[in-house]
Design a protein around this ligand. Structure first.
Ligand SMILES: [Mg+2]
Length: 123
């Protein structure tokens, strides 16, 4: 698989569900599955980057696969609720860029200083 747009992925997931999954699980079932998958990501990350450690049998975690699981079920929910994720992502990024334009540059926990202005060439 090379480059795939968000819309192409939404279409591919829809085709997969209708081919192999019979139909979409209900929205609430998919919400539960999303929570499960996020938990699997959390388990790997707390043991890889946090203070927890892996049991011997869990020594080869697949963070990429678990993130893909989160994305898959997220797209299932978008598909079954009629959400165009391309438009939603563009709108969300625009919102974050406007609302948080200087917010993080003014966070001394991030900049190590107070009152630092963002450089002019910052997006
Ligand atoms: Mg998983």
């Amino acid at each position: 698989m090379s480059q795939m747009s968000i819309q192409e992925y939404q279409n591919a997931v829809d085709k997969w569900v209708k081919t192999y999954g019979v139909r979409y699980f209900s929205e609430l079932t998919n919400l539960g599955i999303l929570m499960e998958e996020v938990g699997e990501v959390a388990r790997i990350m707390t043991r890889t980057y946090g203070e927890q450690s892996f049991k011997e049998e869990d020594a080869n975690p697949a963070l990429a696969d678990e993130l893909a699981d989160v994305l898959f079920v997220t797209v299932c929910i978008a598909n079954q609720t009629g959400i165009d994720l391309t438009a939603a992502i563009e709108k969300n990024l625009q919102k974050k860029s406007t609302r948080d334009k200087e917010r993080h540059w003014n966070n001394p926990k991030l900049t190590g200083n107070t009152g630092v202005k963002p450089p002019d060439n910052k997006p």
